[in-house]
Design a protein around this ligand. Sequence first.
Ligand SMILES: [Zn+2]
Length: 60
Amino acid sequence: MHQDPSDSPVHSPGPAHSTTTVERGSFCLARCSCGWSGAARRSRDRARTDAEEHRTALDR
Ligand SMILES: [Zn+2]
């Protein structure tokens, strides 16, 4: 068996879902690279929690 980490395009390390928080006026919402976006929250902490829940929900 020969393992070549630089030659494996399918199995990529790291999360496929890259989440960020976006501010909209006085609200903040979570966004993901997959196109998902969370509900508008009043606190960034809430938006971050939404993003984390989205990732963990898809991880299972
Ligand atoms: Zn996602």
